[in-house]
Design a binder for this molecule. Sequence first.
Ligand code: C2E
Ligand code: CA
Ligand code: CA
Ligand code: CA
Length: 279
Amino acid sequence: GRVRGDAGVTVFHAEMEEAIGRRHVLERELRHAVERGQLRLLYQPKIDLASGRVAGMEALVRWQHPELGLVSPAQFIPVAEDTGVIVAIGDWVMTEACRQTRIWHDAGHTDLVVAVNVSGRQFRVHDLTRRVRAAIDGAGLTPSCLEVEITESAVMSDVADAVRMLGEWRDMGASVAIDDFGTGYSSLGTLRQLPLSTLKIDQSFVRHMPDRAADRAVARTIVDLARALDLNVVAEGIETEEHAAVLRDLGCDLGQGYLYARPLPPADFLDFVSGRVPA
Ligand code: C2E
Ligand code: CA
Ligand code: CA
Ligand code: CA
């Protein structure tokens, strides 16, 4: 590394201490977040690119802390994974997402599929399948209304476990999407072994599609791969009409992004769905 002056080192230490201090606070406070009712879910619509219909929604967790304010999942999910609190958070997210989806089904939006994110650490919890099943049954939903999103990197870090777990979910009737697809290192051989329903094109490719031929080529390759493997394909991070047009031309099935809607509180999501698909 580069030699830094005393002042630089001092600043560095101060920043380190601040980061470590914040980490400790997050760890301590996160342990109580579920029982204190500080978590909530937002729902981002998934749009059928051909028809404009709302096909479903992704549940995205938020942590509202009285002093820390709104903490983003990018900050607290890694902490939750390291400390094991992710298991309790994951149970809460799954249960709450199923409960809310049942309410929307009862309101007449019976086709909505809810997507729930599952992190790498949750994956290694042995009774995850039973927990997922309990959330679905508890809400009185059919398993086909649930899609589990798991990142490509989490799957690839333990392929044998992934094949077993995904198989259990498929047998149950739930579907599985590989999230952030294109950023990990799956081999075609591995992909073929996995009982998947959906590939989700990472937003890093979508963002620069209009001006980068290479990113368009990656997106096209993922869509073609999905076709070949008989999977659905979803694009995330659609922010402009141009993004949507390129993806529609490629034959991408579903899309989500700020062009359509940000992640919404439940009441706003219902308004959004009702505007497009009158009950
Ligand atoms: P992800 O699963 O890849 O989710 C997509 C992220 O992109 C979300 O950030 C979403 O709000 C954001 N996004 C959606 N549309 C757009 C867009 O058009 N442009 C841009 N720039 N961003 C967009 P969020 O909600 O902050 O979540 C971040 C990550 O945290 C998620 O990435 C997921 O990995 C994780 N996460 C969120 N909720 C949960 C959860 O309940 N459980 C677990 N295990 N992880 C979660
Ligand atoms: Ca996701
Ligand atoms: Ca993603
Ligand atoms: Ca991501």
